[in-house]
Ligand binder design. Structure first.
Ligand SMILES: Cc1cc2nc3c(=O)[nH]c(=O)nc-3n(C[C@H](O)[C@H](O)[C@H](O)COP(=O)(O)OP(=O)(O)OC[C@H]3O[C@@H](n4cnc5c(N)ncnc54)[C@H](O)[C@@H]3O)c2cc1C
Length: 393
């Protein structure tokens, strides 16, 4: 049986980062993955350009049953350090809205950086390897695989969440946690589009492709101001993906279709200037006509501004600023960017990510109950957790 100091399972964002960090400490590291390629999610992320981090990463950008858990790792490896790593490798990047950083060229550059770092650190990456069992005898772990059996002092589980099973996502990490008696909090799809109820689908699917600025509020009061996109299946766009992390089935969402403007004031001004203008033409200055036709009755839209009674104007403003809609569900793990829930952080050290119950067993990245907002935060956490663990395992 081949011996290593550290075996990391999962060659994704967190696993690669951890392998390099542990390797640089002189640890003899083996990184295993069942996929043909390392960092598959990195490769497809950010539309192929990987939103690899954010200028400003703060604990309140994350959902976790223990909101303090992420603080230590984020403080020890802030986003600036990953930016400097990207710069050292000569990879060019640019900043988009809300401090999001993307590669100029391709997400492949990020995987290349991580693979190069693993190489320089002497960490061995072995792909196409099925993990059959992880067991512990005294102070030694045994990892049995389709390519032989290995022993080690430390095992790091970095197998990610359940989103995008087509890319090789499995519940492996949760099963290992349960096998060793660790609590796994219920999981659900996050950063995911919503689907229509059948009656709403009939009305709104024709709007597919329309994007508008919006502020969306979840039932718990959490708010995001970003673009809203109508799709054939339902609602998507950054604002919806963000709010999906805070949504539970059966809850309504409140959508402001004209954020930062006061429709009552706009209509009043318009009434003074062009009293005979139709409501439809007036509203079309601020919102797409097709959206107006789906939201309002044709006879109401045909009325001129001076024909509208006070109650009608109020109802129009309410509908635009507080469009309240009950969505059927999310698209689920098939298209979700992340998985909410996972290995309970109460089970882990926030400094090293080692299990409190099982010395030598570590969990990092998306497999644990930490989920970031949209905007490079999920990779940020993977880098920080990977480094924190790599310095300890
Ligand atoms: C479409 C999409 C776009 C995204 N875009 C962004 C973005 O731009 N910015 C951002 O911050 N986040 C983004 N994310 C989220 C981000 O990809 C994840 O949060 C991040 O990859 C989690 O890192 P991880 O290392 O924990 O898991 P992963 O990167 O998922 O890696 C897990 C690894 O474990 C392996 N594995 C799983 N099961 C087994 C098993 N049984 N045996 C062996 N190996 C196994 C997998 O093959 C994989 O290589 C995106 C996600 C998706 C799906």
């Amino acid at each position: 049986m081949q011996k290593y100091d550290v075996i990391i399972i999962g060659a994704g964002a967190a696993g690669l980062m951890c392998a390099a960090s542990a390797g640089y400490r002189g640890r003899n590291v083996l990184l295993l993955d069942h996929a043909k390629q390392a960092g598959k999610k990195i490769l497809i992320s950010g539309g192929g350009r990987c939103n690899f981090t954010n200028r400003k990463v703060e604990p309140n950008n994350f959902l976790c049953a223990n909101p303090h858990f992420v603080k230590s790792a984020l403080a020890r490896y802030p986003s600036q350090q990953f930016i400097e790593l990207v710069e050292r490798h000569g990879v060019e990047y640019h900043e988009r809205d809300h401090g999001q950083l993307f590669c100029n060229d391709s997400a492949k550059d990020i995987v290349k950086i991580l693979m190069t770092e693993c190489d320089w650190a002497g960490a061995k990456v072995q792909l196409r390897t099925e993990i059959l069992a992880v067991t512990k005898k005294d102070d030694t772990f045994e990892v049995s695989t389709s390519n032989g059996d290995f022993s080690c002092e430390s095992v790091v589980i970095a197998t990610g969440g359940l989103s995008m099973p087509k890319l090789g996502a499995t519940p492996f990490g949760y099963r290992v946690a349960e096998q060793f008696g660790l609590t796994v909090l219920p999981t659900r799809a996050g950063l995911v589009p919503f689907t229509w109820h059948s009656d709403a689908k009939q009305k709104f699917e024709q709007l597919s492709g329309i994007a508008v600025p919006s502020t969306i509020t979840a039932q718990d009061g959490t708010q995001f101001s970003e673009a809203l996109l109508f799709t054939h299946r339902g609602l998507s766009g950054p604002a919806i993906l963000q709010i999906s992390n805070y949504w539970q089935p059966g809850e309504a969402i409140d959508i402001n279709l004209l954020p930062n403007q006061d429709l009552a004031e706009l209509l009043e001004k318009q009434l003074q200037q062009t009293p005979k203008q139709s409501l439809k033409n007036a509203l079309a200055q601020w919102l797409p006509k097709r959206l107006l036709e789906a939201l309002f009755d044709e006879t109401l839209l045909a009325k001129s501004l001076n024909q509208l009674i006070h109650a009608e104007r109020e109802q129009i403003c309410q509908q635009v600023h507080h469009w309240t809609i009950l969505m059927n569900n999310t698209e689920g793990y098939r298209t979700a960017e992340v998985t909410l829930g996972g290995v309970d952080t109460d089970e882990l050290s926030s400094k090293t990510f080692e299990s409190k119950k099982i010395p030598g067993l570590y969990f990092i990245g998306e497999v644990i109950d930490v989920t970031g907002h949209l905007g490079g935060f999920n990779f940020s956490f993977a880098w920080s957790a990977g480094v924190a663990c790599g310095q300890a395992c």
